[in-house]
Design a protein around this ligand. Sequence first.
Ligand code: NAD
Length: 452
Amino acid sequence: MTIRSAAPKTHAATNGKKTAHSVTVTMPAPSPTPAPSAQADSAYGTAIAQFDQAAKILQLDAGMCDLLKSCRREITVNFPVKMTDGSVRRFTGYRIHHNTSRGPTKGGIRFSPHVTMDEVRALAMWMTWKCAVVNIPYGGAKGGVIVDTKKLDMHELEGLTRRYTTEIAPFISPDGDIPAPDMGTNPQIMAWMMDTYSMHQGHSVPGIVTGKPINIGGSAGRNEATGRGVMFTVREAYKTFGWKLPGAKVVVQGFGNVGSYAALTAHEMGFKVVGVSDVSGGIHNEKGIDLPKLMAHYRANRTLTGFNGSEAVSNSELLTLKCDVLVPAAMENQITAANAGLIHATMIAEGANGPTTPGADDILNDRGIVVIPDIMCNAGGVVVSYFEWVQSLQQLFWEEPDVNGRLERIMIRSFHDVLDESKRRNIPLRTAAQVLGIGRVAESTKTRGLYP
Ligand code: NAD
């Protein structure tokens, strides 16, 4: 790649303002190798469509667009795991670093039968913009293994985690790329990853992952952080728009890490949670669900079904229940052009990554439904992961109120940054968040310049 320094020209990402240290660099035109193609209805298709829209508003040149759209490093690993019955099975996993302009890469590990390289690319790209929107010093990464964890016993799950960690070990480090939990992974899996990496180094390396259990260097408040951050954002939006909070109805799709803590926090804040679901279906109670009791019921039975006073609803019915705030907290592509017209909420707060397709976005915007986008709304997880990383590197641990207070300040500040961008340019919140995040990454890329 060649660098062509341009005649002094203001870079659009600085919004007309030249920063003290910025260097004006024009990126070269796209190389002949195209970025991997994206299917329009895939998560990667969504990520690229969103990027293109924001890049046009920022007037990024073709070279910069090509660079930011591509993932910097991608690794596929095929590895064996010894099963309990003595057989050996081969699994496939990925780890992708999207962009490193603003710091080491950060992003979760997903264990799911539906993981694809394209999905991991999309998730890594969203991580880059997300870290920039909340202004923490990371680029984006993501990883995953194609596996249905329900079909593994604990011994097999541990074996798979340890071997996958070993396979991607040359690709991760506390200074370069720090994994965390995502769909299908949890603190125990992070503990096995940390232990495996540490065994290779010959000493404990707590900074290699975040989302670890607290007794091995995890942060107070990390487990709850994503769901809590979603509701800090929703509460701030309610306050800003002058909407009445007590008793406002909330529906949450997904009852895993993000969904369960978003629902519990909503309940604690005075919202009325009227519906929740997991992969096997949902429950609805117009009078409000007692979340602490539901959490206990779920822990004991591993199902939502049969919870006192509630009626069963399907996942598609759940999304169209009458409510004020809908929190999709399961997975991508749940709100599409096919069901966006049926949604009754006045606000959608995206706990999941990529739950809304671009086609659905257009319909929701036309209907005046406020969508707080994923890269802002669910950033609480990576914010507290950042706190955990800092604590792990320093071996100095913070009290939970300190963690929560710092998280709340960052979520509130970021919400207002996105809202201000949206008002200033008269664009929806999602586009505003993308413009803010992509603009910051483009600016850092220009400031650093190209090596060599
Ligand atoms: P998780 O595995 O803990 O929970 C996922 C939940 O979604 C489970 O309750 C599962 O039953 C449910 N689910 C799966 N498919 C579903 C479907 N088709 N319909 C309804 N429910 C379904 O995962 P998680 O960590 O809570 O992640 C959920 C989403 O949030 C993902 O998109 C993830 O990328 C995103 N996210 C997670 C974090 C984090 O800190 N864990 C941070 C930011 C974003």
